[in-house]
Design a protein around this ligand. Sequence first.
Ligand code: B12
Ligand code: SF4
Length: 452
Amino acid sequence: MRVLLVSANREQLPSPVVPLGVLYVAAAVRDAHEVRVVDLCFEDDPIAAVREAVAGFRPDVVGLGLRNLHDNTYGSSEPLLAYYADVAAAIRGAAPEAPLVLGGAAITLRPQDMLERLRAAHAVVGEGERAFRGLLDGLARGDRPERVIRAAAVRRDDLVDAEVLVRSARPPAPRESLDDLPEPARDLVDPRYFEVEGTDNVQTKRGCAFQCTYCGYPDLEGRKVRVRSPEAVADEMAARAKVPGVTHAFIVDSVFNVPRSHALAVCDALVARGAPLPWVCYVSPASLDEEVVAAMARAGCVGAEIGTDSGSPRVLERLRKPFTLDQVRRVREAFRRHGIADCHTFVLGAEDETVEEARATLAFVEELDPDVAVFVVFMEDREEHTIGRARHRQALLDLLAREAPRRPGWVVPELSIRFGPKVTRLVRRERIRGPAWVHLAKSRRARAAIAP
Ligand code: B12
Ligand code: SF4
């Protein structure tokens, strides 16, 4: 069958992101089906581009990859959903006979209303490789597959009784090793990603075993951690380093440093290949010690993003974060010693946090003095906007508006403080490559070093 995969994401901040999931899915099906990818990220007229791609290829099936429900401000998802609906309508209009299959993080997080709203034939919830392949093979045989296809790693109670879920008699697919998956179809990537910014993405594992209350990552990848062979990861990094324009890698794991033994093994394998690319990753202060930080530095890590979330022990506990503030302090010191830039994200207004606790978070950030601190004011997806809630949010934003501008490493995307198209244009004009926040961190450190 002819299969067109469409990556709808057009978000350019903090940087354009290579559609790794779509490329994994493309690789998993192209031995049996003819596959094309159309990426709308850099298209001036995405609707015209998708119509043209459909008309030129005449696909039997169209897979629509949807990544983000939110932008960086975590405000309303309405504008994105309206855009996705336009893309879906354009596809349906140009190929009315071809089943439209939705996939990607946005679908896994909200499968049912996305199916309805985008009037699609199917939705793949969770990892797409086996599920989409099974769906295509079924369609090719003339089967009538379920409307929602759930990947084996995803266990979501709310989906079990979902109206749209036509139960399957088939048992879930057996768990395969991640090493059995073909490498992402990088020959199909739009080269403009590496002209603009230079960061490619690599995955070393899937899953997160922690249970922070608000976090959807375990829903996306499962709670059981499955790892790739460290050698395969290092080979992939070494190969990416040879691609013109690729200057950095982002390790997209939910948490790079857990399990600890795997993180150390990946670092060793990278060192054995001469630390081929500078890279950035997400870490958790839980079980992150000096030995791991030193190994990361040797292996080429230049930046670590940390979901520290709060400076209030009570709020951390409420969020079920698996670490203490003392662990955060120790990790900060270790990164400083080993020359890895750190970027901590703080979420104000989550759970029943009081304004006093929000202030305690700001005081903690001041004491911690990370290279970069990003602040987000929490908003539930489709949260009901009561007047009280709106006032509380506004009070937190006012607090940040007063405090953040005079602290050099503080970033507030929602208030465009050290974030936004203007900052990005400046960074690109200077021909700075790799994640912009790492450069903000470096320049802060350099200024601190020469300060009297
Ligand atoms: C790494 C990461 C980043 C990095 C990316 C770095 C890089 N160069 O790649 C950075 C920090 C830059 C980033 C930024 C943002 N991110 Co982010 N990010 C992630 C993370 C942790 C991993 C994404 C990833 O690469 N996964 C690996 C690939 C292989 O998985 P995948 O894309 O999900 O694809 C699989 C399935 O979804 C499915 N699939 C995918 N496409 C398709 C298509 C079809 C047809 C089918 C059938 C299946 C299918 O199969 C794939 C293979 O199994 C996820 C959370 C998570 N654990 O998934 C959040 C996540 C994707 N990000 C999210 C968001 C919101 C953002 C930002 C808007 C805000 C922010 N700062 O976090 C920006 C937007 C950036 C942009 N330009 O789009 C959200 C998106 C959903 C939502 N809530 O809106 C997520 C899910 C986290 C969350 N908060 O819930 N992000
Ligand atoms: S450790 Fe990170 S990825 Fe895992 S549940 Fe907590 S916030 Fe989510």
